[in-house]
Write a protein that binds this ligand. Sequence first.
Ligand SMILES: Cc1ncc(COP(=O)(O)O)c(C=O)c1O
Length: 381
Amino acid sequence: MSLTSFGLSARLSKLRAQSRIRALSPIEFSSSTQIRASGKDYLNFSSNDYLGLAADSRVAKSYIEGVNRFGSGSGASALVTGRSQAHSELEAALADHLGVEAVLLFGSGFLANLGVISALADAQTQVYSDALNHASIIDALKLSRAERHIYAHKSIDALEHQLLESKSKGNTVPRLIVSDHVFSMDGDKANVAGLRRLADAHDSALMIDDAHGFALPYEAKSSDCDVYVATLGKSLGLSGAFVAGSNDLIEFLVNHARTAIYSTALAPAIAHAAIRALKIIKERELGQKLLANIDYFKNQAIEYGLDLLPSDTAIQPMLLGSDEASLSAMQALKDKGLWVTAIRPPTVAEGTSRLRIVFSAAHSESQIDCLLAGLRSLKNN
Ligand SMILES: Cc1ncc(COP(=O)(O)O)c(C=O)c1O
């Protein structure tokens, strides 16, 4: 047996010809502001480490302390070898932070979305999903076999129309509305309060994926959500994820979320470090610095006439259209020591390739000035 019949090399050649090939770039070092690759230093404007905590010495110290106390790995699923003290303390700290009854940890945000949606929804469920939701939600919907209704991006009207249409057919099946809060490739935010109103009016539950808003000044209101999902891999600078909600929801997931039941639990050392990261975030200084950096960039970008998508979050995409234009912009910035990753289809829609510019609280104004100079030079070329 071989993989010949899968035509891998022909399919890869096609991707190359379309400028769609992806490659893993080897790096020697990375933080939220810096990347060293092939001996060259770059200013990093692509990381989701929004608060710079991935390289924070206080979080690192807790991580090492966690390894010394709990070992390097969890050894098995939490249902098999037990939930460690670090896991339960982190779940309690997250529940307290969000003001919810309970939290369940997952190995990653992708697994959390797969787990919660496939546990809640089946072929007898209707799921209403924003057209720009994250890949993990799209895949979770396929896995669940739920009846899928994809509504136009952020359109409360389109969603309401779909819900009314279903009601007019006398449908009384369980309904779930699911949306990212901050959209990962566009940086814009869903109208969570509007979604809540529709959910209430149409007997639907609301699930919000706040991967890019959790623990930041623009975090979604968990009280608007029946199911709140976020990752530990972005604002907390670690990895792993969680689902938050009612005691019933969490007990149901412990019994039905296959990606938690049949997957090795998050390393307890990560949970221990996440507790420290959450405490640092509660001091609010880093969140305020992030907002100041976003403002600083946006004010100058407007002055320079840069073509940015409308966003007031740390994700500030610059639309370039074609794959070739976004790749050559990425390379031109690289030549100037700036690491800003081009995002192409299928991650974004055809003809909307872009530079995804991302800010961290750890960036200095002079680093942002360097980025602005690089972006201006693109405009002038
Ligand atoms: C909106 C959204 N949800 C979920 C995830 C997956 O989270 P994780 O990286 O923890 O798997 C991502 C990752 O980028 C995301 O952007």
